[in-house]
Design a protein around this ligand. Structure first.
Ligand code: ADP
Length: 377
């Protein structure tokens, strides 16, 4: 078997038909192809057999004594141990209503009698391949999710442990600068300031990384949150920069939603901070916060009159460490929007941006309406 091919030889197939002749014909077709075949003449026996040892696929006759094929299929689909097994219905009837009933009761395909060998094999093998590809996809998704969790845990531990030695280095550099402020030449003084500034940038990076990796681990308690109070807190946190840059900020009355208060403060603050930061120094920042109701969710917009973003960068800026400028042009770590994305997605919302270079940007995000739920998961 070459790489990428799917091995079907280990599959076993449960065939259920009350006519021994049919069982024999199907069994021969499938065995000749190399499949292992189990046979059952009635529905109840087949259900027991499938539960004890789930087969790879089931071929199920519609007309059976006692309970018919539809009911057998429904019972198997209702049981988590057998719900994943693909069921192909077999019947002499070629009636559209029978086919519909077969699909509605959980069947995945339909074969009519008399059997055409090639058709039986193609339909069985197609469903087995689909089933295997789906299993592989689920397995890959689980592996990726586990890998992500491990990576985040690693980032958390490393960031956490780096904090203390970094603080010590900055502290000693500051002491040196203070102790020798009168006898250090200008170049040595610049070197020391360089150490202190780089240390502070590294501290900010660590703080942001810790926030990023902690979003899913934070207390997952959701509560009713008044977004007007969130905004008031954010404005209070940003008051120094707001008055220093002469920011003109307006907002509509905001709704009360269900969410995590700490995370929502971070979300609003990151977006408003960016709306203020990415504005040319010769322009005073204008930030407008609006909200509208869309079906069962609120659509928020944070609009600025800043430098804007080129269309090819509109998606990548939500990834960790994606920055379009150097720290000298605009300070930052490139984690803020990745944090926003995680927070919005944690609240089952979406976030995106529209922008016109040199005119301004609008960051949009959706949050669900107030609900009675106490927790997210
Ligand atoms: P940081 O602000 O620390 O650089 P972010 O993750 O918040 O990191 O933003 C990533 C990048 O997206 C920024 O470096 C900037 O290039 C761009 N960006 C974010 N917000 C805006 C905005 N309001 N206007 C223009 N560019 C923006």
């Amino acid at each position: 078997m070459s790489h990428g091919q799917i091995d079907l030889s280990t599959d076993d197939i449960l065939v259920i038909d009350d006519a021994p002749d049919n069982l024999r014909i199907l069994s021969t077709i499938l065995s000749n192809r190399g499949f292992r075949v189990r046979k059952s003449l009635d529905g109840r026996g087949a259900i027991t057999s499938a539960k004890v040892n789930p087969p790879s696929i089931i071929l199920l006759d519609i007309r059976l004594p006692e309970i018919d094929g539809y009911e057998v299929c429904q019972i198997l689909k209702a049981d988590p141990n057998t719900s994943h097994i693909p069921v192909i219905f077999i019947s002499a009837l070629d009636d559209i209503s029978d086919k519909l009933k077969a699909f509605k009761s959980g069947g995945i395909d339909y074969i009519t009698k008399p059997f055409q060998e090639e058709e039986v094999l193609v339909r069985v093998e197609t469903q087995l391949k689909l089933q295997k590809l789906q299993c592989q996809l689920i397995q890959h998704n689980n592996d990726l999710a586990r890998f992500n969790r491990e990576l985040e845990q690693f980032a958390y531990v490393v960031s956490h442990d780096l904090q203390q030695p970094l603080q010590t280095m900055i502290g000693f550099a500051q002491l040196l600068a203070l102790k020798h402020q009168h006898n250090l030449d200008e170049t040595s003084h610049e070197y020391l300031q360089g150490i202190i500034e780089s240390g502070r940038r590294a501290q900010q990076l660590i703080q942001d990384l810790l926030s990023y990796s902690q979003i899913e681990h934070q207390a997952q308690k959701l509560e009713s949150v008044d977004c007007n109070l969130i905004l008031a807190e954010v404005l209070n946190n940003l008051q120094t920069v707001i008055s220093a840059k002469n920011v003109h900020l307006t907002s509509e009355t905001l709704p009360v939603i269900t969410g995590n208060k700490t995370q929502l403060i971070q979300l609003f603050q990151n977006l408003i901070e960016n709306a203020i930061k990415f504005v040319p120094s010769n322009r005073s920042p204008h930030v407008r916060l609006t909200v509208s109701k869309q079906d069962c969710e609120w659509l928020f917009e944070v609009r600025d009159n800043g430098i804007g973003i080129q269309s090819e960068d509109l998606e990548c800026i939500f990834e960790v460490f994606q920055r379009l400028h150097t720290s000298d042009e605009y300070p930052g770590t490139g984690i803020g929007l990745a944090i926003c994305k995680k927070i919005v997605e944690f609240h089952n919302g979406r976030i995106w941006v529209q922008s016109q270079p040199n005119i301004g940007s609008s960051f949009y995000f959706t949050l669900a309406e107030l609900s009675n739920e106490g927790t997210n998961q």
